[in-house]
Design a protein around this ligand. Structure first.
Ligand SMILES: Cc1ncc(COP(=O)(O)O)c(C=O)c1O
Length: 320
């Protein structure tokens, strides 16, 4: 049993709070993809919901607890998907949602945040600048700041994916998880290390945004000066110490992949699975492409965690 901030009973209880549209997402073996990758490849599809990413699982918990506490407003920093998810969960419950994001975030994500009725504030810098700004807004207004991966609800929500993987058949050997702040990897990892300890939990980050992966290998927080990746959903620079502690308990490995492999992964999803995925969701396939021997003949699950892309950029990527 891993010693993390997570608790299996709380994760099970979370399922009662999360809107069913985010739960029990498809999990299926994708023959065509597996054939090209030399392994059995199953996908856990987290894009077939109103915000096209897994983040709604966590924001459902955040928003329902805020309502239970009688709170009326909430603020978060977002690379784009958390903001949409909080917008969706907040709107359903009448919460005022403010999202702070980089003005360089994909326009499709920013447009959807606005369309969901959230107040969107843009900053000139990257996600870490947005985090600072969101914290100061929350302090000034006296409202709850949602901090992705630090706030336990965001990890518990993502962890419900792990419950679904553990109860799905048939069994599998490894799961590939995109690693950003770590909510998804620590959540899913906690459940799998508790219920299916033999499954290898492998986190994947881009070489251009390696802070959490380096931190995991060095067992201490390592920050970076900048990021350089198309995988905007995982491009953080400042790992959160307690999240790293949890990740050290539940991950078997953390690997870095090149941009060309991420693009190849996106193209493979389109061509062989009929799925439009954003770069962060292609990290798992990228990891297999870069180390085919490691996965040869094994049953691997990859979590297709987001599908929000700008059309022009997406066309450029999949055409190259
Ligand atoms: C599509 C997508 N994949 C992966 C991640 C990274 O997840 P986490 O921050 O839980 O590690 C995010 C985060 O927003 C995301 O939007």
């Amino acid at each position: 049993m891993p010693h993390t901030r997570l608790d299996l009973d709380r994760i099970r209880a979370a399922r009662q709070v999360i809107h069913p549209q985010f739960l029990d997402t498809p999990l299926y073996e994708c023959d065509a993809l597996g054939h090209r990758l030399g392994c059995t490849m199953s996908v856990k599809l987290e894009t077939a919901n109103p915000v096209r990413s897994f983040k709604g699982r966590g924001t459902e918990l955040v928003a329902s607890r805020l309502i239970a506490q009688g709170r009326a407003a909430v603020v978060c920093a977002s690379a784009g998907n958390l903001g949409q998810a909080l917008g969706w969960s907040g709107r359903r419950r009448g919460l005022d949602v403010t999202v702070v994001a980089s003005r360089w975030a994909p326009a499709a994500k920013l447009d959807r945040i606005r369309a969901l009725g959230a107040e969107l504030e843009l900053v000139e810098g990257d996600f870490e600048t947005a985090r600072e700004r969101a914290a100061s807004i929350a302090q000034r207004r006296g409202v709850r700041l949602v901090e992705d991966s630090l706030d336990i609800e965001t990890c518990e929500g993502a962890a419900t994916i792990g419950l679904e993987l553990a109860s799905g058949a048939p069994s599998f050997d490894a799961v590939l998880i995109a690693l950003g702040g770590g909510a998804m990897a620590t959540g899913v990892g906690h459940v799998l290390k508790t219920l299916l300890p033999a499954v290898e939990v492998i986190c994947v980050q881009p070489l251009g945004a390696p802070a959490m992966t380096r931190s995991w290998h060095e067992r201490r927080v390592v920050t970076t000066e900048s990021t350089d990746t198309i995988a905007d959903g995982v491009a953080g620079r400042y790992p959160i110490p307690v999240v790293l502690d949890d990740l050290l308990e539940v991950a078997d490995d953390a690997v870095l992949v090149q941009e060309a492999s991420i693009i190849a992964g996106m193209r493979m999803f389109l061509e062989h699975a009929g799925l439009v995925v954003e770069p962060s969701a292609a990290l798992g396939v990228a990891a297999v492409l870069e180390d085919r021997d490691r996965f040869a003949g094994r049953h691997v699950v990859t979590i297709v965690c987001g599908g929000n892309v700008d059309l022009d950029a997406y066309h450029r990527w999949v055409r190259t």
